[in-house]
Design a protein around this ligand. Structure first.
Ligand SMILES: [Zn+2]
Length: 714
């Protein structure tokens, strides 16, 4: 088993910092400079002093603003609508202003024209967004929190309005944050210093590249630093997690070196891993903000951290122009999560691609499907599959067409050209075309893969094996259902000696193919390594946790043994499995109804013999019978675990599933809840075993069969 496996959990990490709506809003407000404008002071900038009071939740700010250009007689400044304005001065004199809906409008009169302007602004506000402390039913941890000051820590999103931002221009910011002793403040930009003065902790930062905002985090951090060949790496962890610092520093340094080599120079002054006081997984320019529990998960330094660091190039380095959809998650997933598998082995990479195809079939295809160009940010499993998985797969297909060298060269050129600018999918595709991608193919690709939803459904027809002068001839037709896709599909003929491969260009309904082989053919396999994005047939998909998440009309049968478990625990559990509307019924009700429903989840092993039989209906998986539920013949250790979860095909309904969540009888309600909330993190697994909330057993049933594999031996 490889050291790090792909875990579904990482994809639950939310990047609300890149929230597209806020970006679109801001984009609309940024006015282009007009000719004839008057330039003011050459020392343009914002000097900002901020005091944080963690006990009262109050932020006090004093900004000295020296704009570089004066437009007309008004100056608009954005601040959080909850801020109170205490004093505004223009060149040391009071000035007319109005503050409405987060917009502070100063009437400069004639003062602005032809002279240096200095504005002094004093403001304050109290911020106490409630923060989520549990992940049980939150599909998007961190989402919704934009500004909060608590005794545990401080968090402001980049565009939450905690600092004055001019509507018409961005200024370099010199920032001084004063907080109670021991509270360090972190933002994007360049760290000048953390010092103590007059019983306060002072953090000073220089922020020259504002991008989409300036986030702020503060807490009782221990700050550690590692020098690398390129930029320094920091950690800001709470004392309880300080021992993890070294692992994160080393991993960050490795990831930075990798992407500098692959994409080009890292675009920021340093990289920091910052601990958050509530569950989150934000990726900010030059730092990532991870919740305490997330930091402690063993796979984060290799998987999630790498993903966030790749975002420093894609999303926070090259920005997204959302007019054609958000490409940054697909590209980041490809160069981080996917490439990590490829570095391990070709088999691991193939497995990753297969899992994306299964996710697509289970969670997105059909009614929930959307075009890739419509993806802006993740809001449910379907948008996640499209925006991360399908997008990533499209890049993989382009790479197959271009070859490695041209593909990576194109991305490098794309990065160089678009750093700190907002780019579209087509801007990226133009870079691929510069590296030899056919213009017509790009056009077709854009239409069928970006603008349209869906995926090809392939099958084999008329496969014939006949003796020939060279030995054997295998002929056939690769066909597809409507709507037709243009795809290049690899075929592999296996024989008694060696394999032969060819690639066919499928365009329209069907394409014929012929293999000549000196050896007796044994098997024909369409796209054996899964390089083509397509809709899998149901028999290619073993039932998994994601089958439960994608199941229509799920019915939950509460076992009589678990009748004492409160309703809201079961509701929380089903909601975490993307089934907030699941029907919950008792065993007695189930006796009458279960045969009609094709998707069932048993919450607890049923007492009724008839319901138990549904779990033992014939299927290919090697399950034994135990007094308290099924046993795994291949995994006897499962008998020592306190909770088993498994998903099986429904013998009575094609495409239906039966799942079982089976805690030991003596497990108390808290322990049941603790284990139940973990299930959703194992979307790709068919069976799971837990002991005291810790995962001890996991695996996927083998895929039953495929209509794209044809046995020729018989
Ligand atoms: Zn991401």
């Amino acid at each position: 088993m490889p050291q790090f496996r792909f875990y579904d959990f990482r994809t639950h990490i939310m990047h609300a910092a890149r929230s597209c709506l806020m970006f679109l809003m801001l984009g609309a407000l940024m006015l282009p400079l007009q000719p004839g404008q008057v330039s003011a002071s050459s020392g343009a900038g914002l000097d900002l002093r901020v005091q944080l009071d963690l006990q009262t939740g109050i932020l006090r700010g004093h900004g000295i603003i020296r704009p570089k250009v004066i437009e007309g007689t008004n100056l608009d400044i954005f601040l959080h609508p909850a801020m109170e304005i205490h004093a505004v001065q223009l060149n040391n004199n009071p000035v007319d202003y109005r503050f409405e809906n987060g917009r502070l409008r100063l009437n400069l009169g004639m003062t602005g024209i032809g002279s240096d302007v200095i504005i002094s602004l004093r403001y304050s506000g109290r911020f106490h967004d409630p923060v989520p402390m549990s992940l049980f039913t939150m599909d998007n941890p961190g989402f919704g929190v934009s500004a909060t000051i608590t005794e545990q820590g401080v968090f402001f999103q980049g565009q939450s309005g905690w600092f004055p931002r001019l509507a018409s221009q961005d200024l370099p910011i010199t920032l001084e944050i004063s907080a109670p002793l021991g509270i360090l403040a972190v933002t994007s930009g360049r760290l000048l210093e953390h010092v103590e003065s007059d019983g306060k902790s002072i953090s000073r930062w220089q922020v020259d590249q504002l991008g989409r905002g300036m986030p702020l985090s503060a807490g009782r951090y221990i700050h550690r630093r590692l020098e690398t060949d390129t930029v320094p790496v920091f950690t800001y962890f709470f004392p309880d997690n300080d021992h993890l610092s070294e692992v994160y520093l080393q991993a960050s340094a490795r990831h930075l070196a990798l992407y500098e080599e692959l994409h080009g120079p890292y675009p920021f002054d340093h990289f920091a891993v910052v601990e958050n006081f509530f569950p989150s997984g934000f990726g900010m320019p030059s730092y990532t903000l991870l919740g305490s529990a997330i930091l402690r998960l063993p796979f984060i330094p290799e998987i999630s951290l790498r993903h966030e660091i790749a975002h420093c190039w894609w999303g926070n380095g090259v920005y997204v122009d959302y007019s054609q959809g958000n490409w940054s998650e697909g590209l980041t997933t490809y160069v981080a999560d996917y490439l990590a598998q490829e570095e391990q082995s070709e088999a691991a990479a193939r497995e990753y691609r297969v899992r994306i195809l299964r996710d697509y079939a289970l969670l997105a295809a059909g009614a929930s499907d959307i075009p890739v160009a419509s993806f802006l940010s993740r809001s449910d499993p379907a948008t996640q599959v499209i925006g991360y998985g399908k997008s990533m797969f499209l890049l993989h297909m382009i790479r197959q067409r271009l070859g490695d060298e041209a593909f990576w060269d194109a991305l490098r050129a794309f990065y160089t050209e678009w750093l700190f600018s907002a780019a579209t999918w087509q801007d990226m595709f133009a870079a691929f075309q510069d590296q030899g991608w056919d213009a017509q193919e790009r056009k077709t690709f854009t239409r069928q893969w970006l603008q349209d939803s869906g995926a090809p459904v392939l099958h084999l027809e008329d496969v014939q094996v006949a003796p020939s002068s060279q030995g054997w001839q295998v002929s056939g037709v690769l066909a597809q259902q409507k709507p037709f896709f243009d795809v290049h599909v690899p075929l592999r003929l296996e024989t008694t000696k060696n394999d032969q491969t060819m690639e066919v260009a499928l365009h329209g309904a069907a394409v014929p193919f012929v293999f000549q082989s000196p050896h007796r053919p044994t098997r024909l396999h369409v796209d054996p390594d899964h390089h083509v994005f397509r809709l899998l047939a149901s028999e290619e998909i073993p039932p998994t946790v994601n089958s439960v998440r994608g199941a229509a009309d799920l019915t939950v049968v509460q076992s009589d043994d678990l009748a004492h478990v409160p309703d809201d625990l079961i509701r929380g559990f089903t909601a975490s499995l993307n089934q907030p509307k699941a029907r919950i019924i008792t065993e007695r009700e189930a006796q009458k109804q279960t045969l009609k429903t094709s998707n069932l989840l048993f919450f607890g092993f049923p007492r009724s013999g008839r319901l138990q039989e549904m779990l033992y209906a014939p299927h290919k998986y090697d399950l034994g019978r135990n007094k308290n539920g099924p046993s795994f013949k291949a995994h006897p250790e499962a008998g020592t675990m306190d909770t088993i979860f498994l998903v099986l095909p429904h013998a009575g309904h094609a495409d239906g599933i039966i799942a079982l969540f089976s805690p030991a009888r003596d497990l108390d309600t808290d322990a049941i809840a603790d284990t139940a909330r973990r299930i959703r993190h194992y979307g790709k697994d068919s069976y799971l075993g837990f002991l005291k909330g810790e995962n001890k057993l996991r695996g996927t049933w083998p895929a039953p069969e495929s209509p794209l594999i044809m046995d020729l031996a018989g």
